[in-house]
Design a protein around this ligand. Structure first.
Ligand code: KIV
Length: 272
C-alpha cells in the first residue's frame, strides 16, 4: 500500500521502517568525505553509508579488509559534518567485531563516540549474533548485511552472485529473520537472485535495501563513485551509471593542463 509521501526533516531508523510500511522506497548511497556527503544529503538521499568500500574507492586496496577502525572514523566524521537530513550508517570494518562480542561493542561505541554516526552496519548472520545483540543492548542501531559480504571474500573466492543454491538461500532467509528478531532496523542484501530478495523483503517488517538484488526489495544502495562513473574498471550488471565523470573529469584536467602550459591560465582577470 502506498500513501502520500511524508516529508522528513531528519531521517531516523524509525522513518525507514515507516517508509517500508507506507510502500515508499528508500534511497541510499555511499560517501566518505565532507564535500560528497554535502551534495548527496542536499539532493535528498535517505541514508548515507560510510561503507568500508572506502578501502577500495578511497585508498585503492583490492579488498575491503585492510581499512581500520580509525580510518572509518576519519571518513565518518567528515560525512557527519556535512549532513543535515540523512541517516548516516557506518560500516564496522573487518576484524573489529568478528572476534568476540565485547570487542564488537567497543568498536561500535568508538565509532558512535568519535564520528557522531547514527548507526553501524555489520556483515553476517548467525555467526555474529552475539555481537549484534550486545551492540543493540547499548542502544546503538544496527543494520545487517547478508548475501555477498565482501569482508568474507577469501572464504567465497569470487564476487559472483550468492545464494543461488537452495541450502544457502535457506540459511540467508533464516539469518534475515534472526537479524530482525535481534532488533536490527534494516538489512542490506548484496548480489542475490531478485526472487529470493523479494521473498526476504516480504517476510520482514524491517526494510531490506538491495544492491544487485532486484527491485522487489524496499530500497536500493549503490557505491557513489560507481554510479557517477568515476570507477571505470568495475562493471557489474546491477550498476547503473548516471554520468561518466571519469571522462568529464579527464576532459577538465586536460583543459587545465593545456591552459597552464600555454599560459592561458591565469589570465588578467584571474590574478591580483
Ligand atoms: O561498503 C559498502 O559500500 C557497502 C555497500 C556495497 C552496501 O557495504
Amino acid at each position: 500500500m502506498s500513501t502520500a509521501k511524508k516529508e522528513y526533516k531528519r531521517i531516523t531508523t524509525n522513518s525507514l521502517v515507516e517508509m517500508k510500511g507506507n510502500g515508499h522506497k528508500i534511497a541510499m548511497l555511499t560517501a566518505y568525505d565532507y564535500t560528497m556527503a554535502k551534495i548527496i544529503d542536499r539532493a535528498g538521499i535517505d541514508v548515507i553509508l560510510v561503507g568500508d568500500s572506502a578501502s577500495n574507492v578511497m585508498a585503492g586496496h583490492e579488498t575491503t579488509l585492510p581499512i581500520t577502525l580509525d580510518e572509518m572514523i576519519y571518513h565518518a566524521s567528515a560525512v557527519i559534518r556535512a549532513v543535515e537530513r540523512s541517516l548516516v550508517v557506518v560500516d564496522l570494518p573487518f576484524g573489529s567485531y568478528q572476534g568476540n562480542s565485547k570487542s564488537a561493542l567497543e568498536s561500535a561505541i568508538k565509532i558512535m563516540k568519535c564520528s557522531g554516526g547514527h548507526a553501524v552496519k555489520l556483515e553476517g548472520g548467525s555467526e555474529i549474533r552475539e555481537s549484534v545483540s550486545r551492540i543493540l543492548t547499548a542502544g546503538i542501531p544496527v543494520m545487517g548485511h547478508l548475501g555477498l559480504t565482501p569482508q568474507s571474500i577469501y572464504k567465497f573466492g569470487t564476487y559472483t552472485v550468492r545464494a543461488k543454491e537452495i541450502e544457502e538461500a535457506a540459511k540467508l532467509k533464516e539469518d534475515a529473520l534472526l537479524l530482525e528478531s535481534l532488533g536490527c532496523f534494516a538489512i542490506v542484501l548484496e548480489k542475490v537472485p531478485a526472487k529470493l530478495a523479494k521473498e526476504v523483503a516480504e517476510s520482514l517488517r524491517i526494510p531490506v535495501i538491495g544492491i544487485g538484488a532486484g527491485n522487489g526489495v524496499d530500497g536500493q544502495v549503490l557505491v557513489t563513485h560507481d554510479m557517477l562513473g568515476m570507477t571505470h574498471e568495475f562493471n557489474p550488471r546491477f550498476l547503473r551509471r548516471y554520468v561518466d565523470l571519469f571522462s568529464e573529469m579527464t576532459t577538465a584536467f586536460k583543459r587545465y593542463i593545456a591552459d597552464v602550459k600555454s599560459l592561458d591560465f591565469p589570465n588578467e582577470k584571474e590574478q591580483y
